[in-house]
Ligand binder design. Structure first.
Ligand code: TXA
Ligand code: MG
Length: 324
């Protein structure tokens, strides 16, 4: 059985599997991650291979606490302030890497920076404590597809090819971590996510987005010049239309708020009360559920561009972007 209840014995076995260079899928507060020992290049190479991820796209390193993170990255005053106030949290910091830390060059794709975070999930933290190594963990889906928020989603992505999927139930946040670049002078929001821009700015002041609503590229966090250049990512199989409430024949609707327009063949509502936290938690599971061959496409109602709405709209724009 690939889906396992994370008892202490299972966590210990997962840690042994990771130390031997294996891959383990585990829950975080955002989405399920596919973990490998970040200091083991062979394990990381296998991770890229299994995900089908272009190897120039660097991975996030997960650690148990701030003190451990400081072994792998250089924290300035801003970074230490943010991390000590917010971690564990869905906030990834891109910082100058410490070359002596031993993180594989494959994890950072050869950059002199490293993306690092402390996840806010008991199973992830137990696994990190048991393995005693930093874990590189992208979302546990095949590259470009919808991120998994349950253990079953992970199994749907990889079938039986993964030996161990730790079951932590539904991920409470539901969208990936916010990626904040603090490696230069100016803080730059590279990916909107579970910690809102408002929370970050309340701690360290203005954060640049280079013209967000945002479309930082999934690769290297390079901001894109125009929305037309958005690369496809987080994509269901069906075509996705945004900002709609007019049905086309055979279309399913991803609704938001109390007023659901009629005429769609199926409807799932991210949040009837218009709550963005609830909507983020439901987003990927509902996109998967509506992605059925009997539907002609998925229409998505408008979602406000504030708070977690920034992360939700970012993922939806990529889901709707032209497929490459
Ligand atoms: O919530 C999350 O962050 C999940 C869970 C599993 O923790 N992980 C996740 O990892 O989303 P991944 O690998 O799918 O996303 C990594 C993001 C990408 O946008 C990547 O380009 C960016 O972080 N990134 C990683 N290292 C970077 C670096 N050194 N500089 C700039 N961006 C970097
Ligand atoms: Mg991903």
């Amino acid at each position: 059985m690939a889906i396992l209840t994370p008892t202490p014995a299972v966590i210990a076995e997962a840690a042994r599997h990771l130390l031997a260079g294996g891959l383990v899928a585990f829950p975080t507060e955002t989405v399920y991650g596919l973990g490998a020992d970040a200091t083991n290049s062979r394990a990381v190479a296998n991770l890229y291979e299994v995900k089908g991820r272009p190897s120039f796209n660097p991975l996030i390193v997960h650690v148990a606490d701030l003190a451990t993170a400081e072994r792998y990255a250089l924290f300035d005053r801003r970074a230490r302030y943010l991390a000590s106030r917010l971690w564990p949290a869905p906030l990834t910091l891109v910082l100058k890497r410490r070359a002596e830390g031993g993180i594989s060059d494959l994890v950072t794709a050869g950059l002199d920076s490293v993306a690092i975070r402390v996840p806010d999930h008991p199973v992830a933290l137990q696994l990190l404590a048991a393995v005693g190594r930093p874990l590189a963990a992208p979302s546990a889906n095949r590259s470009g597809r919808v991120s998994p928020t349950t253990a079953e989603h992970v199994e749907d992505e990889f079938g039986r090819s993964l030996a161990m999927i730790l079951d932590g139930g539904r991920c409470p946040v539901g969208v990936e971590s916010t990626v904040l670049d603090l490696s230069g002078e100016e803080p730059v929001l590279l990916r909107p996510g579970g910690i809102t821009r408002e929370i970050i700015e309340a701690s360290i002041g203005p954060v640049a987005t280079h013209g967000v609503p945002l479309a930082s590229a999934p690769n290297l966090g390079v901001p894109l010049a125009s929305p037309g250049m958005l690369s496809s990512h987080y994509a269901p199989r069906l075509p996705v239309r945004l900002g709609c409430d007019d049905p086309r024949p055979g279309e399913a609707l991803l609704a938001f708020g109390p007023h659901e327009p009629g005429g769609f063949v199926a409807v799932m509502n991210l949040s009837r009360s218009g709550d963005l936290t609830e909507a983020a938690a439901n987003l990927f599971a509902y996109l998967r559920a509506l992605d059925q061959p009997e539907h002609s496409g998925i229409a998505v109602m408008p979602i406000p561009e504030s708070g977690l709405g920034l992360a939700i709209n970012d993922r939806l724009r990529r889901a709707a972007a032209p497929r490459g």
